[in-house]
Design a protein around this ligand. Structure first.
Ligand code: CS2
Length: 498
């Protein structure tokens, strides 16, 4: 077989030879759309999720919803790789039955901030852009955890307040772009957060309005009155790209793709239907357009992301590299099953048509997918941002109901213990988190004493409210789990609390 390096590069021109790898059966012929969406945070997740739905929606019902994707980290290499391919790239769906390769065409342009500042703001001023989508991860929101307003001590926010015309932060970019629209008396775009935050639309609206209020209160009022920030729940497991995707794509297409994306076959998108400037026909291709996303968001955050983070931290300690390896362990599987059934599901308030046991079983089957190789180290990143929405809300609900939560407490204890920087067998790993330096120092200061570790970390107000940190049932369950992890290691702690 030829190596990927010796093959011609994938471009739009190659597509005529690849008809079985582009979406089309039952759909109309593809017509290259002009740009109607700007997407901030063009990582793997967007390319395997919203970009695909949008392409299918255009095939189903037309519309000019081509995507301009923006990398906010100045990733010029990624921009160039995708632009050399004229925006096309492949999605590799990996299921137990094998791989399916689809070449996606909805992405029409890629920009890298801050280099392409002028091009981005020209796009954002253009009235044909009617939606700005975001997948910028939890930390991209620059929120003050206590108030929900913009975090005025965040370095990117500090920068943007003194350079409002050269913004770098997500709130700074959105406010500058909306100011252009208002000053030109143009209709605003709709802002659609696609990150794993509870009430993501409302959360983003508060950050953006509070940022605008810092220097232009009238603009803040205009945004609050005129701009729609629908909430949405997005779901698809999308690991980081590895060499195996390059090889799979080369073998399937006979072309070299510098930017393929792996993902699982499953996908789901629930969207609050508030798009004053219009939207693609996402409803025609499987997305659920609803009045209230909240129950779906909470179910996904607590059942999926909550157990994902649990598996990730306990696996980093106990020595499982991937989610499928971890869930193949009987004690780990029992723990996650019981955690969902007994501790998380009772906190949800779902529509009658939603069967929570089916949802749980589907999640366990998705985790067991042996082809995906979703690395626990990837999910373990940014714990300070993920622990509150994924685990602490559920724990607070259990405390309010006077119900036990030993497994949820083990998950938080797993994260606290993870911060020591080495696994139970002594092997070291890196901690990637915006608060990493502070968290590592706090964990080290405990010197292996579980109570000292708990007290040091419960004092981090960006993560734990003073109320939860002082809550006796929480402290007792956490200390018990920390002690088990410290004395016996993660595998034994899981076996004891499963
Ligand atoms: C994962 C999520 O990386 C993580 O923290 O929990 O990205 C997860 O794979 C997605 O939310 C699934 O939709």
């Amino acid at each position: 077989m030829s190596t990927p390096a010796s093959l011609p590069r994938l471009t739009r021109h190659a597509l005529s030879a690849l008809s079985q790898h582009v979406l089309s059966p039952g759909h109309a012929a593809w017509r290259e759309p002009s740009i109607g969406i700007v997407h901030l945070g063009i990582g793997n997740f967007h390319r395997a999720h919203q970009a695909l739905y949008t392409e299918e929606a255009m095939l189903a019902e037309g519309g000019d919803w081509g995507i301009c994707g923006v990398t906010l980290q100045g990733d010029v290499a990624k921009r160039n790789a995708l632009m050399e391919q004229e925006g096309v790239y492949s999605v590799v769906e990996r299921g137990p039955e094998g791989a399916k390769v689809t070449v996606v065409r909805a992405l029409r342009e890629v920009l890298a901030m801050p280099h392409d500042h002028d091009a981005l703001f020209a796009r954002l001023a253009d009235p044909s852009v009617r939606i700005v989508l975001l997948t910028v991860t939890e930390k991209g929101y620059c929120r003050n955890a206590k108030t929900g307003d913009v975090a005025l001590d965040n370095p990117a926010v500090v920068h943007d307040l003194s350079h409002p015309h050269a913004p770098r932060s997500v709130p700074g970019i959105l406010v500058a772009a909306l100011r252009q629209r208002r000053d030109a008396a143009r209709e605003p775009f709709t802002v659609l957060s696609c990150d794993n935050l509870a009430h993501n639309g409302a959360a983003l609206r508060q950050v953006v309005c509070s940022f605008a209020r810092e220097f232009d209160p009238a603009l803040a009022d205009w945004i609050a009155a005129e701009v729609a920030f629908p909430s949405t729940m997005v779901d698809r497991i999308v690991p980081a790209t590895t060499d195996s995707e390059h090889a799979t794509v080369a073998a399937a297409l006979g072309y070299r793709d510098a930017a393929p994306v792996p993902c699982e076959p499953f996908r789901q998108w629930v969207i609050e239907d508030r798009f004053p400037a219009g939207r693609p026909a996402w409803h025609a291709v499987g997305a659920q357009l609803v009045d209230d996303v909240t129950p779906f968001e909470l179910a996904k955050l607590r059942m999926l992301n909550g157990t994902h983070s649990t598996l990730a931290y306990l696996s980093m300690l106990g020595g499982f590299a991937t989610i499928d390896e971890a869930i193949a362990d009987p004690a780990m599987r029992n723990l996650i099953h019981a955690m969902m059934t007994e501790e998380i599901a009772p906190t949800l308030n779902m529509p009658a048509s939603f069967d929570v046991a089916d949802y749980r079983d589907a999640l366990l089957a998705r985790y067991a997918n042996p082809a995906l190789k979703h690395r626990c180290a990837q999910i373990a990143m940014d714990g300070s941002q993920k622990i509150p929405p994924r685990l602490l809300g559920t724990i607070a609900a259990r405390i309010d109901a006077g119900q036990p939560f030993t497994r949820l407490a083990l998950a938080v204890a797993g994260w606290m213990t993870f911060l020591r920087g080495y696994a139970d067998d002594g092997s070291r790993y890196d901690i990637s988190d915006p608060l990493a330096e502070n968290l590592k120092a706090l964990a080290a200061s405990a010197n292996g004493d579980p109570r000292a570790l708990m007290d040091a970390l419960l004092g981090v107000r960006e993560i734990f409210t003073a109320e939860l940190a002082a809550q006796p049932a929480f402290r007792a369950a956490l200390l018990h789990a920390l002690q088990l992890l410290q004395d016996n290691g993660a595998r034994a702690a899981v076996a004891a609390l499963q």
